[in-house]
Write a protein that binds this ligand. Structure first.
Ligand code: ADP
Length: 509
């Protein structure tokens, strides 16, 4: 077989990247291009759909050139994408009706509030695994159909809705398939996790015609081949997955209880829960891990709102450090925080506390507190918040994780990773290939074209050179550290109780 490499297209919120991997998962070449963000009004975020297409194609061509391979040597390509971002386009011409509404955009918050007021939250959560929020695509699509007056034409099948995977497939794949994969579908708030199909009740609630929706396909399946104009070869497109789901796959979290945490501006933690969606009442999302061979695998998902952002705060607002990496140097100068505990609840607290009134809290200061202690407390806050999620997931699934797999910008901080291992009491495993999202998309594509029945082999080769941080705390040290953290969180929540913020003020970032 001439094709032996795998290509990944990772279409993110701020940039589009492409990476070529060997079948063993080694990174051969990569390229990334940023594109413009549009903020037409406060709280609104948009992308120009054409920018998503052109930056992706440019990245792919550049990567192939850098890899020095012939396009015909690419066995398959997989797409991973920013999730929930919503597009609507003309089925005949492929032309979008307006810019894409990006996941972060808050314009549809009133639509969601109305549904909550009507008491629909339990139904939505039961069907989709999601807590109703403007992030997800359903309210964005409702808004688009209302604003453009295209409801009737959408009912006639003349327009297509899709998330970014759908739009890229429509534009880049020969024959213009209108498809999405199950992971992306699970972020629309219209997809029934158990039935693995669009939910008729939710379609009625949002007044969304089925004719506008894409066909839901497996995360690893050939949806067609790249338009030959793109690379000059008909490379099969064999995987679609939302970025966090692709990262879970790229981190080889194949068995229930396997869990990964991505440390960026915020943290995204996903745990494989096997062949059943696991519900919880503490605000974790139940979502797809992936669907391969018609078999759905589910996951729990939680996020930390302020993680790396706490380090940016030390840098930009306090001027304690010049760059994020310096936080490690500073924190390493002291053996502990000297009793200081920092809860970076800048925008409230998420799971398991869910309090939008909570605010950042710094406790335990003494005359001897210095910037080293503050840097250390900031790093610890990332580990403690992640540990809160990990505990909640383990509790919900009834399975203690054997390890925590990590990636993302802040996972470069070895001290932070050691803190995480100590606080959580599990080994923290950091792969050498940090491009786990792209790796996941590439491996899924390999599965999609039948290059390997089981990607475990490819991934175990990679895991040979990961870095392991082993827990060093005794059980007593662990529970003492946790008591300190919970006490500080209580203080933040207590502070919130007496607040005079209105709900609107509390909810605005
Ligand atoms: P995102 O994808 O959210 O933009 P990245 O994965 O690029 O995030 O990571 C950037 C974030 O990680 C920033 O918030 C930054 O402050 C933090 N960060 C990066 N390197 C380090 C480090 N060595 N130590 C601590 N935090 C870091």
């Amino acid at each position: 077989m001439e094709g032996q490499y795998l290509a990944a297209l990772d279409q993110g919120t701020t940039s589009s990247r492409a990476i070529i991997f060997t079948p063993k998962g080694r990174l051969l070449a990569s390229a990334a291009f940023e594109f413009a963000q549009h903020y037409p009004f406060p709280g609104w975020v948009e992308h120009e759909p054409e920018d998503l297409v052109t930056s992706t194609v440019k990245a792919l061509r550049e990567t192939v050139a850098r890899a020095g391979i012939k396009p015909s040597q690419i066995a398959a390509a997989g797409i991973a994408n920013q999730r929930e971002t919503t597009l609507l386009w003309d089925r005949e011409t492929g032309k979008p009706v307006c810019r894409a509404i990006v996941w972060q955009c808050r314009r549809t918050a009133p639509i969601i509030q109305r549904l909550k007021d009507e008491g629909l939250s339990p139904l939505i959560q039961e069907r989709t695994g999601l807590v109703p929020d403007a992030y997800f695509s359903a309210s964005k699509l409702r808004w688009l159909l209302d604003e453009t007056g295209l409801q009737r034409k959408a009912e006639e099948g003349r327009f297509c809705f899709g998330t970014v995977d759908s739009y890229l497939s429509f534009r880049l794949v020969k024959g213009h398939p209108h498809v999405t994969d199950a992971t992306n579908a699970s972020r629309t708030m219209l997809f029934n996790l158990k039935a693995q199909d669009w939910d008729d009740d939710l379609l009625r609630i949002f007044n969304i015609p089925r004719a506008v929706l894409p066909r839901v396909v497996d995360s690893a399946s050939v949806i067609g081949s790249l338009d030959p104009d793109i690379l000059g070869a008909p490379v099969p497109v064999a995987a679609l997955a939302g970025d966090q789901h692709a990262a879970l796959f790229g981190q080889a979290c194949f068995t229930p209880g396997d869990v990964k945490n991505t440390y960026g501006t915020g943290c995204f933690m996903l745990m494989n829960t096997g062949d059943v969606p696991v519900s919880n009442d503490k605000g974790l999302l139940s979502t797809m891990a992936w669907r391969v061979g018609g078999k759905p695998v589910f996951a729990l998902e939680g996020s930390v709102f302020v993680a790396g952002a706490a380090i940016q705060w030390l840098r930009d607002e306090l001027g304690l450090i010049k760059n994020a990496a310096e936080s490690e140097e500073l924190a390493a100068k002291v053996p502990d925080t000297g009793g200081v505990c920092f809860v970076p609840a800048f925008t409230g607290l998420g799971a398991p506390h869910w309090n939008m009134y909570a605010r950042g809290t710094l406790v335990g200061l003494t005359r001897g507190t210095n910037r080293y202690h503050l840097a250390r407390a900031a790093l610890e806050s990332i580990a403690f918040q992640s540990d809160d999620l990990l505990r909640l997931m383990a509790q919900s699934l009834g399975l203690a994780p054997g390890a925590l797999r990590v990636d993302g910008g802040a996972s470069a901080n070895g001290l932070l990773m050691q803190m995480q291992a100590d606080i959580s009491g599990v080994p923290v495993l950091r792969p050498r290939v940090q491009e786990t999202t792209a790796l996941g998309a590439a491996l899924l594509a390999g599965v999609g074209v039948g290059m390997f029945a089981d990607p475990a082999a490819a991934v175990s080769a990679l895991q040979a050179d990961e870095t392991a941080f082993r827990p060093r705390f005794s059980p007593e040290e662990r529970s003492k550290a946790r008591r300190g953290w919970m006490h500080a969180v209580d203080t933040a929540l207590h502070w919130a109780k007496d607040t005079d913020l209105t709900p609107e003020e509390a909810a605005s970032p």
